[in-house]
Design a protein around this ligand. Structure first.
Ligand SMILES: Nc1ncnc2c1ncn2[C@@H]1O[C@H](COP(=O)(O)OP(=O)(O)OP(=O)(O)O)[C@@H](O)[C@H]1O
Ligand SMILES: [Mg+2]
Length: 279
């Protein structure tokens, strides 16, 4: 007993507290008169894999776009390693160390796989380090090595997703924002991509903020999660805790008492009734 306690104390004393890489403080973002994000705060520590879950239209992509400078918030702040980057243009945000892999991948279709990867590294001057990182990306995604000289347009959807992730890695980012990497992929490919995302996080220490509609796969792989509904965080916690939540099980994992009832009465209505009981 005593021995264990000493060990624990010793480990605690030597462990440096994880630095906060990204803080989003109370942001509010609009598209003209439509408010997509309604006072949202999240935090991502160095080395963490954090997920932001939510249904269609919850505001997940708008949140990522606000972080990466595509949208400017009307209120609130975005801090990268303590530096206020709110309102920076996307190229400046990228140069600061945030790599955004948008929904629907958006690779350069008529550039080769290798040229796409090099585009990710356009701000880096150490060419040897870039070549090493390209090799590392090829090790994680061997199909990209095989297709290195082919134009990206010829890749399948899953392979384009791999290329988009690889290109983001080539910027050697402080944090990667991934918007629905599972979108449109077969269940097998989703598992494959998520296994690699997890390895990149664990083996290379890539800090990630992952947006997903596919709650089960996100909760299985991430450390910490936030649940977003209609522009607001309604719940957050370690993923091991979130999967035990009745609300998460019912509304995001398709489990629980009332799947049939929900289908009949409409998910929206049910969500609002139960919303008062979140947390
Ligand atoms: N370009 C736009 N113009 C106007 N409203 C928009 C625009 N893009 C998104 N919205 C609205 O903002 C809200 C949040 O949308 P957002 O795309 O952030 O949701 P999401 O959680 O990413 O959804 P999905 O899972 O479908 O990708 C929705 O009500 C949506 O209709
Ligand atoms: Mg989206």
């Amino acid at each position: 007993m005593a021995k264990t306690a000493t060990k624990k104390t010793a480990r605690k004393a030597t462990e440096a507290p994880a630095t906060t890489v990204l803080s989003v403080e109370n942001i509010e973002t609009y598209y003209g008169p439509i408010q997509a994000v309604k006072g949202l705060s999240i935090e991502v520590k160095e080395g963490a894999l954090v997920t932001l879950l939510g249904a269609n239209g919850a505001g997940k992509s708008s949140t990522l776009k606000t972080i990466s400078g595509i949208l400017e918030p009307d209120k609130g702040r975005v801090l990268l390693k303590g530096q206020d980057i709110t309102g920076f243009r996307p190229d400046r945000v990228a140069a600061q160390g945030i790599a955004h892999v948008p929904e629907g991948r958006e690779v350069f279709p008529f550039l080769s796989v290798r040229e796409n990867l090099l585009m990710g590294a356009y701000l880096r001057s150490n060419k040897d380090a870039v070549e090493r990182d390209i090799e590392a990306v090829y090790d994680y995604f061997p199909i990209l090595r095989e297709r290195a000289d082919q134009r990206a347009v010829l890749l399948s959807g899953g392979q384009q997703q791999m290329l988009a992730i690889g290109r983001a890695l080539l910027s050697s980012p402080s944090i990667m924002l991934l918007d629905e990497p599972s979108l449109g992929l077969s269940p097998l490919l989703v598992q494959e991509i998520f296994a690699i995302i997890t390895r990149l996080n664990r083996e290379r220490g890539v800090t990630m903020l992952l947006v997903e509609q596919n709650a089960s796969v996100a909760l299985e792989h991430a450390d910490y999660g936030y649940v977003l509904e209609l522009g607001r965080i309604v719940m957050d916690g370690p993923c091991t805790e979130l999967v035990k939540s009745k609300d998460v099980q019912e509304f995001y994992l398709g489990m629980g008492e009332s799947s049939a009832e929900t289908a009949e009465s409409g998910r929206e209505d049910k969500r609002w009734k139960r919303k008062k009981t979140w947390r």
